[in-house]
Design a protein around this ligand. Structure first.
Ligand SMILES: [Fe+2]
Length: 391
């Protein structure tokens, strides 16, 4: 049996009104003066106000705030917030947001715990150690990144504009609070695309070269929750239980891929991110085409995934040899239904991508960290062929 490591020491508080537990969790961590991080979108949507009201009602000091984290956060934002943390007398961090807010908060925690002033001094895993304790709580506001349970933070370099990956177990928070109230106002398109990002995390974690038994178990449960709850949530947006199940799925898939990695969908998706294709949309567009690409080397795994994706009755109704292709067809159908219901496009051309961009995207994709973990080797020509299918 191959050797593997699995890291996740995050306490998860999940359920309706889970947010009220934040005060107890911070007290347990000896933290009473949190710096609360979020963004302008969540402030405008009223989510920040609702959360602050709950925290304040439960006697938490909510006077230290920073709500201007941009969608594509960078090294200078992180350094600025770390400086503010020191001057405002905070003793802990609460991140309320999606991928950019969470990754920014992870970067801030990293700078503070390593007792530095500039995150650029922390590039390269070998220099990061456990460091100083900075109590850290994450409240995710999308059902996709799973970043509350991953050891990764993606941060833009202000000088080169490249996205840099910081990977360390010290980036994990102490607590993740999954409360469906915070995604009440999440638009249906984002419920769909972020959930499809989580589905991609689970499928790639299950099938990539570094999969392990613990990630596999988490990925299966995540796939099950997404298939059973995405359309229920879109059709019954006021029923919190479906959104809570999607939040749980996102966290499970995050834990899974954080410990096994992803593959070709993310390799190309990261490259498309440089062209401002939103990550969840890129995942939705690419997932079926990439499953089709991997099909000839992944027959066994994709047959297994058909069982978890469609359930036992459907699985036994399909001939054994046809199960891998049936998995591809069912995922394609699932993504198309999500697109039809919520109205996001599955054509890269609708996001400003043209054939002239293919060559550069392919170069970025084959050099992405996720490329080497994909079960099937792929070339620039393979990426260009996939992009053509998705244009
Ligand atoms: Fe992703």
């Amino acid at each position: 049996m191959k050797y593997f490591e699995f890291t996740n020491n995050v306490k998860i508080c999940s359920g309706e009104n889970a947010l009220v537990n934040i005060v107890f969790e911070l007290q347990f961590l000896n933290a009473f003066k949190p710096l609360i991080l979020s963004d302008a979108g969540l402030k405008k949507a009223g989510t920040v106000k609702k959360v602050l009201k709950i925290l304040n009602k439960n006697n938490l000091d909510v006077s230290r705030t920073y709500f201007s984290i941009p969608p594509d956060s960078s090294t200078s934002t992180i350094n600025e917030i770390a400086e503010f943390y020191k001057t405002c007398g905070a003793d802990s961090i609460i991140a309320l947001g999606g991928g950019s807010v969470i990754d920014t908060a992870k970067g801030v925690k990293l700078v503070l715990s390593q007792e530095k002033d500039d995150i650029m001094t922390l590039t390269g895993n070998e220099v990061i150690n456990a460091g100083k304790k900075i109590p850290f709580v994450i409240v995710p506001t999308t059902c996709g990144t799973g970043s509350e349970c991953t050891t990764v933070a993606v941060i833009k370099n202000d000088v080169t504009h490249q996205k840099m990956e910081f990977i360390s177990s010290t980036l994990l928070p102490d607590v993740a609070i999954l409360d469906p109230m915070v995604i009440e106002t999440l638009p249906p398109k984002l419920v769909a695309t972020t959930s499809l990002d989580a589905l991609t995390h689970a499928v790639e974690a299950y099938s990539c070269k570094q999969n392990n038994p613990i990630s596999t178990g988490l990925a299966i449960t995540a796939i099950n929750l997404i298939t059973q709850n995405l359309f229920m949530s879109l059709n019954h947006p006021k029923q919190e239980v479906y959104k809570l199940n999607l939040l749980n799925a996102s966290t499970l898939a995050g834990m899974a891929f954080s410990n096994s990695m992803v593959g070709i969908v993310h390799a190309i998706g990261h490259a498309l991110g440089r062209y401002n294709v939103p990550h969840g949309n890129a995942m939705a567009i690419l997932l079926p085409a990439c499953i089709k690409f991997n099909l000839n080397v992944m027959a066994e795994k994709y047959s297994e995934l058909l069982l978890y994706f469609k359930g036992p009755e459907f699985y036994v109704s399909i001939l054994e040899d046809e199960r891998p292709n049936a998995f591809y067809k069912e995922v394609k159908h699932f993504v198309e239904m999500a697109s039809n219901i919520t109205g996001f496009s599955l054509k890269l051309s609708d996001y400003g991508i043209t054939e002239q961009d293919f060559s550069e995207i392919a170069t970025f994709a084959i050099n992405d960290g996720a490329a080497a973990i994909n079960p099937k080797l792929f070339s620039r020509a393979d990426v260009i062929e996939i992009l053509k299918q998705c244009l």
